[in-house]
Write a protein that binds this ligand. Structure first.
Ligand SMILES: N[C@@H](CCC(=O)N[C@@H](CS)C(=O)NCC(=O)O)C(=O)O
Length: 198
């Protein structure tokens, strides 16, 4: 059978891996298309907004990784139970995005990264740790949602760019990640996925 979903990204974890985690969580069969960076110049112009990832489903193509993640979360039933719960989840996702942006935008400048490691990372992580503690080892609404799966899927890339394991000193955030990584279909994916540094 032809897979119903087609995820196109680079041969990286980056912004694509949280989407792969969500697809795997829901046992949704997908084509995992991975471009090498050297081939990108020929492919860029063919993309709707000149960037990746894209998701193809039912003959249509979507862009923007967070919008795609939110759509997949609905498909795999990992959203909140009401609008307020969805807001709580969205807020955490946007906070993870802000933290990642601070790290990515500075990662080529070691002086700036020292400051990010000293100030920005603890600033965000202390607050996320409190959220995880208050939500019994989850990032929102006291149960497994796409915020947990997204965070666990995003972490390797964020850590690689940060040059440290950002959750090392945060047991409740470690619990969030451990819970996701022990879900059998995600555990199997992590053991068998293509090996990449980022
Ligand atoms: N806001 C977009 C950002 C996408 C993005 O920055 N993609 C990068 C890879 S992580 C890309 O396609 N870079 C190649 C380029 O811009 O030419 C999203 O979340 O999907």
């Amino acid at each position: 059978m032809v897979p119903q979903y087609k995820l196109t990204y680079f041969n990286l974890k980056g912004l694509g891996e949280p989407l792969r985690f969500l697809l795997k969580y829901g046992n949704l069969d997908f084509e995992d298309i991975r471009y090498e960076l050297k081939d990108w110049p020929q492919i860029k112009d063919k993309q709707p907004f000149g960037q990746l990832p894209t998701l193809e489903h039912n003959g249509k193509v979507a862009v923007q990784s967070i919008a795609i993640a939110r759509y997949l979360a609905k498909q795999v039933k990992l959203t909140g139970a009401n609008d307020w719960e969805d807001l709580e989840i969205d807020s955490v996702i946007d906070t993870i995005t802000d933290l990642r942006a601070k790290i990515i935008s500075n990662h080529e400048n070691e002086e700036a990264m020292k400051q990010v490691r000293k100030e920005s990372i603890p600033f965000y992580l202390n607050r996320l740790e409190t959220i995880a503690k208050n939500n019994k080892g989850h990032l929102a609404v006291g149960k497994l949602t796409w915020a947990d799966v997204y965070f666990a899927g995003a972490l390797d890339f964020i850590n690689a760019r940060a040059g440290v394991n950002i959750i090392e000193k945060y047991p409740n955030l470690q619990k969030v990640v451990d819970t996701v990584l022990t879900i059998p279909q995600i555990k199997k994916w992590v053991a068998t996925r293509p090996k990449t540094d980022l």
